[in-house]
Design a protein around this ligand. Sequence first.
Ligand SMILES: *[C@@H]1O[C@H](CO)[C@@H](O)[C@H](O)[C@H]1NC(C)=O
Length: 280
Amino acid sequence: MLFDLAFLMGLTSMVPKFVPDAHQGQSQAIIAPPTQYTQMQTQCGASGIASCQNTSVVENLCCFEAPGGLLLQTQFWDTSPATGPSESWTIHGLWPDKCDLTYVENCDSSRAYTDIAGLLTDQGASDTLEFMQQYWVNDPDDGSDEEFWEHEWETHGTCYSTLQPSCLPDGSPTGAEAVVFFNTVVKLFQTLPTYTWLANHEIIPSSSATHNLDSLISALQAESGYIPALDCKGTTMDSVSWYFNLQGSLVDGTFVPIDAPKKGNCRSSGIRYLPKGAAE
Ligand SMILES: *[C@@H]1O[C@H](CO)[C@@H](O)[C@H](O)[C@H]1NC(C)=O
């Protein structure tokens, strides 16, 4: 098997890296500091052609994410009811869209794991779980956090080609690929501090202020180097999507940030960025 010698789970801290490229002068170094997260390693490497950037067929889909090679790290700004810390956006998920912006979901019901919290704890990812309990939280009207995590895994996580169990090192425990998924989403989210990036441009939640889409996007682009997609409910901003291609495997590859290939649904002006928990 390809990965016999690479089963170094627990010995490495290899996780996908977010490496801004040089095409934007003001791009910040936003690689997260090392953390205690440990994760397995493949022999894919973290370089090579990025997903959706190939010009011929790539055969080994353990090391090349396809067909869902357009990754969106989606975040919520939930104000009513408010969820999560008042000075942070929260995690929605990491979605593998196809390169043409269509997508597939629910790719393997046999891997629709339950008790994600137990899975993470059992496989040494309780630090990831603790972070999720603060930053990957459900709207209480929609259900529990656990239900949200199960939904995100089953709906989106099971569609990653590079997380097929056969792509993992021999001997990996059942559910190890879901543990990789949650570790990776948390780690990537930590490199995308949307709240702080807006605050750095004096854009902070307010019950009265309104914003132009251009000024919101400009602030986020100045901080990250890339253009995200912003979504609104009515006039209220409630979601952001940060886009990536992936070099190598989701297990230990490199996230390549890209500009959003389409706009979100926010209107061009009169956008509200409401405080969490404040009366509207
Ligand atoms: C890129 O690779 C994928 C996976 O093999 C393949 O489906 C797709 O057609 C390739 N794209 C191009 C432009 O060849």
